[in-house]
Write a protein that binds this ligand. Structure first.
Ligand code: HEC
Ligand code: HEC
Length: 243
């Protein structure tokens, strides 16, 4: 049994050390991320802080700088009560709708991304630490990995073709990073805007002329779990600045 496990481990594709997208940036862009007065992403963090107070999160969670420290670094998680994987956005929206009676926010809505950025920002500098400690999570992780390695679109490319095989190579003026998720939501210079992980994944689908999964496809959660766990150990950088 043990020998077989070792063999399987050896046969698995070598998992490269995770490297943040930050390390692939020009020094000017890195400097922008590092400077709290210049980093444009912090505008949305501020907007998230305002929503935190206005929407009434304070009522149960108090000051987020204390109560939310370290929280985002562990997401997605498994929820027994809801019998499903819960991403950070889904948890935030769950509290908004179930506990505050607010209307749900659509995926990628600016208010959602701002709250996400605010919560994730409370973990800045802490290592990403997504647990894969139950079968529901390891199974979802395996489905996410399968999606990651499956070619799609008119260009017939898998996520891994760009972010694993061609890491460090140039593509239309961009340097391909490992496609890590530790900086999300990010401020992307190309968009002149904040972007959720969801938005980035859609953009990457477009880049190979593939349709992204339908909004209610559970593979979104599987893929997010896979992507975030892939960056375990990297520091949370929210809000990261990317090209
Ligand atoms: C009525 C109380 C209540 C309000 C108001 C509330 N929450 Fe929550 N929240 C909870 C409880 C209870 C949990 C524990 C997990 C669960 O049962 O969902 C939680 C969990 C969370 C978590 C995950 C914490 C963890 O350790 O995993 C986040 C993030 C969060 N809430 C964000 C928000 C945001 C953002 C708002 C405002 C839009 C908000 N909550 C409003 C009660 C509340
Ligand atoms: C044709 C090449 C290509 C493919 C295929 C591709 N991406 Fe990307 N991706 C990019 C480029 C270019 C960027 C921006 C530069 C960078 O960080 O690599 C990017 C960035 C990212 C980032 C942000 C990295 C950071 O540090 O902020 C994530 C996350 C990501 N991709 C995930 C995915 C996922 C998931 C898939 C598969 C569904 C995918 N990508 C498929 C080209 C690709």
């Amino acid at each position: 049994m043990r020998a077989l496990a070792v063999l399987l481990l050896l046969a698995a594709p070598a998992q490269a050390e995770p490297v943040s997208g930050y390390d692939f940036l020009m020094p000017e862009t890195q400097a922008l991320q590092d400077d709290d007065f210049a980093n444009p992403g912090l505008l949305w963090v501020d907007q998230g802080a305002a929503l935190w107070a206005q929407e009434g999160c304070t009522g149960c969670h108090g000051d987020a700088t204390g109560s939310m420290r370290g929280v985002g670094a562990h997401y997605p998680v498994w929820s027994d009560e809801r019998d499903r994987i819960v991403t950070i956005d889904e948890q935030i929206d769950y509290c908004r709708t179930e506990r505050l009676g607010l209307d749900p926010l659509p995926r990628g809505a600016t208010d959602m991304t701002a709250l996400d950025a605010y919560v994730m920002h409370q973990s800045r500098g802490l290592p990403v630490a997504v647990a894969l400690d139950r079968p529901e999570l390891t199974e979802a992780h395996a489905r996410g990995e399968e999606y990651y390695y499956t070619p799609r679109g008119q260009l017939d490319l898998a996520c891994a073709d760009c972010h694993v095989t061609n890491e460090g190579m140039r593509l239309r003026g961009e340097v391909l990073s490992q496609g890590q998720a530790n900086g999300f939501p990010i401020y992307r210079q190309l968009w002149q805007d904040i972007g959720s992980l969801d938005r980035m994944i859609r953009w990457c689908h477009e880049s190979v002329r593939a349709a992204p999964p339908a909004d209610d496809d559970p593979v979104w959660e599987d893929l997010e779990l896979y992507l975030r766990a892939r960056g375990n150990g990297l520091p949370v950088e929210t809000p990261a600045v990317r090209r």
